[in-house]
Design a protein around this ligand. Structure first.
Ligand code: SAM
Length: 276
């Protein structure tokens, strides 16, 4: 279940009810959970569930659940499983046909995406970029041709390096939004090109402190394969119609038939230029 990522007023009433009513709470850090529980006067016992004991703790929790006990899983902040432990427990519970319900709460990635001003119809969440520069540059390069909006978590001591590597790999003018300290007193947004965002973060006092979500616009360049499909479909659609043309082009290029068909439809509807 979700818990606040900074502002305790974001705790939803159902989360409080569930935490009060379960037999125990599996928490990433029992001390941090203690502070949250104390704030809401919840006295349910806690049990440690973190990266280092995820597998064994999941087995233990499942055993307890099978004996009739109920458990709520929380992480330090936000939604568990999103760059946080929990996946093995949920997977195991599903495998054993144990009921899993979700109590929603804030998730930094989704909040940042929604207020970024960048397209939200398609997006990818990639968690934390690699810590070392060479690996990180490589990683951003591999993502640079993706057309959906890209969402990353980043730590305060790596944010400048990460912005530099992203700009090197994706182009310094690629639009981005950097969200700092979401839902907290010093929530700040840095929007502009990757270069502009880095410049502000480097030059403003305290800007490199706190928690960050980096949202980067997807590439506007068409993948090479798409343009080749489009070129052939433009020739073949007027001759044989979308369906047959898609089958032929898929065979010639070894491309997906669905993709060729989709491009053919867009050409016919004038969304990609003229098919005649
Ligand atoms: N499970 C959490 C969620 O649902 O957002 C994320 C946990 S992950 C270990 C922690 C990272 O999330 C931070 O390093 C930061 O990148 C991002 N994050 C968490 N809270 C944030 C906040 N209030 N403002 C900006 N980023 C935040």
């Amino acid at each position: 279940m979700g818990t606040p990522i900074g502002n305790l007023d974001d705790m939803v009433p159902r989360a409080i009810e569930v935490l009060q009513s379960v037999h125990f709470i599996a928490a990433e850090d029992t001390r941090r959970a203690g502070q949250l529980l104390q704030h809401f006067s919840i006295s349910t016992p806690t049990l440690a569930y973190h990266d280092h004991n995820e597998a064994s703790a999941s087995e233990l929790l499942i055993e307890r659940i099978l004996k009739g006990q109920s458990v709520a899983l929380i992480s330090d902040a936000g939604m568990p499983l999103i760059s946080d432990p929990g996946y093995s427990l949920v997977r195991l519970a599903r495998k054993k046909a144990i009921e899993v319900l979700v109590v929603p709460g804030p998730c930094a990635a989704i909040l940042a995406l929604c207020a970024s001003g960048l397209p939200t119809d398609q997006f990818g969440f990639y968690g934390f970029p690699p810590a070392k520069t060479a690996a990180r540059k490589n990683w951003y390069s591999e993502l640079s041709a993706r057309t959906e909006t890209l969402v990353f978590y980043e730590s305060p001591h790596r944010i400048v390096g990460s912005l530099m590597d992203a700009a090197d790999s994706m182009g310094s003018d690629r639009p981005a939004s950097l969200a700092r300290e979401l839902t907290k007193k010093f929530e700040t947004w840095y929007c502009g090109s990757l270069e502009e965002v880095r410049h502000r973060i480097e030059s403003e006092d305290h800007a490199q402190k706190g928690e960050f979500v980096l949202v980067i616009a997807g590439s506007e360049e068409q993948p090479a394969e798409d343009s080749e499909i489009e070129r052939l479909m433009k020739i073949l659609v007027p001759e044989m119609g979308v369906k047959k043309a898609a089958a032929s082009v898929a065979e010639i290029l070894g491309a997906k038939k669905n993709l060729c068909y989709q491009i053919g439809l867009e050409l016919r509807e004038g969304l990609r230029g003229d098919a005649e």
